[in-house]
Ligand binder design. Structure first.
Ligand SMILES: [Zn+2]
Length: 177
């Protein structure tokens, strides 16, 4: 459970009463104290799609979010719209963020991202052309897979798995050379 997330939601979204801590199902939750309201902030993980996107030349696309500091890169990720399936959402996010269409090659796997209370749904995506940074991105970088050094949290373990499955021996970004 992400404590920051709970702190931001101290008022009941239904009746605006102050939420109180209550144990439900053996786990401490924030709940509305008004019995006639009954709201419980379950804080369930949110699904997020993420793309291991490859250019036609076989380079892996790393993206820097506009809100991230210089030098910090990750995969293209996005939330799903209501009624949208994960593959559909993935293709849309790739088009929006990388300004090029992509096709899903395979499902990579599910990766929990506890710090952000998210469940990452990771796909391998083939791009139809060279990417450029869409509105939400500050920068994109296309690297030969052997030069990619995965990061330990978020989408990094999916990148590590992908590289390992293709015979690379990736070093984590914080590992000594
Ligand atoms: Zn309430």
């Amino acid at each position: 459970m992400a404590p920051m997330e709970i702190e931001r939601r101290r008022l009941c979204p239904c009746c605006a009463a102050a939420l109180v801590r209550r144990e439900l199902g053996g786990i401490p939750r924030l709940a509305c104290p008004r019995a006639e309201c009954g709201f419980v902030f379950w804080d369930n993980p949110v699904p997020v799609v993420a793309a291991i996107a490859m250019t036609p030349a076989g380079r892996m696309v790393l993206a820097r979010n506009a809100e991230w500091p210089p030098g910090k890169f990750g995969l293209v990720t996005g939330f799903l719209e209501p009624g949208e399936g994960p593959e559909e959402g993935m293709v849309r996010e790739v088009a929006e963020e990388l300004c090029v269409s992509g096709r899903i090659r395979a499902f990579q796997g599910l990766y929990p991202f506890h710090r952000n209370n998210q469940l990452l749904i990771v796909y391998q995506v083939d791009l139809a052309g060279e990417p450029s940074a869409g509105e939400e991105l500050a920068e994109v970088r296309c690297l030969p897979p052997e030069r990619v050094r995965p990061w330990r949290r978020g989408t990094g373990p999916a990148v590590h798995d992908w590289l390992t499955a293709r015979g690379h021996t990736p070093r984590w970004i914080d590992e000594e050379v």
